[in-house]
Design a protein around this ligand. Structure first.
Ligand SMILES: [Zn+2]
Length: 159
């Protein structure tokens, strides 16, 4: 078993395991290996010497691997500022939809949700405020909850 540190064009480093050097080459040629962070198949071998693993056991996900990928994720986030902005725009869009399709019951949320859950009231989509204690009680009763922090702008435009 051979272990290689592979690098993608965005310098994400990750470990990959192959049966042999030939196995590694054929998998690379067929683009069967992808960067777990960005999905790129244009990989190159890192500088570290390949280790020979004599056991046939599959690799354990070690803390070392996780630690190695943390800085990569951080730099990835910086590069993807634009993507982040797109995500925020999408999130705002979703928030507006939620505001449009749910009834605002304000601080009556916990009571209303519980009544609907117990069948004392017909089900309808509601939103409102609940204290952390109320939210815990609802979850314990098995009420499905979606905690949301709606952006202030979605409220301004639609209420
Ligand atoms: Zn990558």
């Amino acid at each position: 078993m051979k272990v290689f540190d592979l690098l993608c064009p965005q310098d994400h480093v990750f470990e990959a395991w192959f049966g042999s050097e030939a196995d590694f080459r054929s998998q690379m040629e067929r683009s069967m290996v992808e960067c777990p962070l960005c999905g790129s198949a244009q990989l190159r071998k890192g500088l570290s010497a390949p280790r020979l693993n004599l056991g046939a056991k599959p690799p354990e996900k070690t803390a070392q691997t996780a630690a190695a990928s943390v800085p990569a994720v951080a730099s990835h986030t910086q590069v993807d500022r634009q993507k982040l902005h797109a995500m925020q725009a999408a999130w705002l869009e979703v928030s507006r939809k939620i505001v449009k399709t749910t009834e605002n019951v304000g601080d009556q949320f916990a009571d209303e949700a519980l009544r609907m859950h117990r069948g004392e009231e017909p089900e309808r989509p509601i939103r409102g405020q609940a204290t952390p204690t109320q939210a815990m009680e609802l979850l314990e009763e098995g009420v499905p909850l979606l905690p949301l922090a709606l952006p202030a702008s979605s409220k301004e435009t639609l209420q």
